[in-house]
Ligand binder design. Sequence first.
Ligand SMILES: [Mn+2]
Length: 409
Amino acid sequence: MEYIVNGRFYDEVDRAVKTFLREEDGRKITVIHHNDADGICSAVLQKVMLEELNVDYELICVEKVYPEIIDKIHRERDGIFIYTDLGGLASGIIAEKTGEDCYSFIIDHHPAKDIQKDNVTILDPELAGISGDVFISASTLNYIFAQRVTEKIRDYAYVALLGAVGDYHDRYGGVLGFDRYVLSESVSLNQVEIRIEGMKEKYYIKKFGEYADVFSKRLTTLGSVGYLKKGYADGLRACFDGFDEKMMKKVKKLEEMKQKKFREEIERLNNGMNETESIQWFSVDKRFDPMGVKTIGEFCQQIKDMSFINPLKYLIGFQDIPKAVPDLGLLECDCVKVSARAPSTLERMILNGKVPGYDFLIPKASELVGGYADATHKIAAATVIHKGREEDFVNAMEEVLKNEDFKAC
Ligand SMILES: [Mn+2]
């Protein structure tokens, strides 16, 4: 490979590929992928690779991995499991649910928990000291993986780039690191043209006559706003054939529905929300259906500095997780997604270390009510709890705040 970014990491990719090729022989493969642009592009690359291998496979699109989902996936299936654009932090449970005669691969670029188990392989740049948030998307990771399996994947280098741009890896003016390798591939293969606009690179996908950022935004809308209606399946198709008029209409309709639901909810919240000493919170219950639960995070982000928000209180939003997962059927648990954001004033206080951040509060509060935190940052976080425990969760957070020994952490 002419474009070597980090040789050691490629060694790990090769080891994972070798294990995969040894294990896949004739076994069914289940790909569990995320529902945003990067997750959709990852699924496309897996699909191309698995079809080249001529194996029996199934794609399952999920919004979040939490114990109930992982349990259902493994209870009903055997063979090989590929978790991608998700799963890094859930490696413990994935390992626990992976039967002895099964094998799981986690191909993720989010922070991950390393575990030692013979039939689980984690391929994650974060474990090799490479930031998955800056230098490599899940789609790029899947591209590099698949490249070691089949040459055919090179026809889809632009798909890997779409995923990287979907995760905003071009935010510093252009994609970097491993994502840039994928860019150089797609340029040299005549799939993409780099154009400069202002101080930023834009990637023109020749096949579709469109820019990567515009294209991938549509993928994310289809996958997240249209999640319960399997919008991601349209997204997958679009990566091969582009968007036709019908699909464009669909995207537009989804966008409009989101705006409408957001407006209605803001009106409702204008009449006040629940407050405790340090927390302001609300639940949209099922009102955001059929949008996926990613939308509650987006909604909190959008309202966090609006006039009806107390600038000094933590902001918590709840959204019911639908019991039906489109590709899986009914889940037994009744769960709620929790999104945490902070108004700008509080955000500054958190970042200055004056008050605890969500990376401290959310895992602790989740644990107290038997929840499952996965993505937690200082000023934004998400977790899953059981329905009916919303108020307990808020109270648990207050408890943690009262007993804060966070400075010692
Ligand atoms: Mn991603």
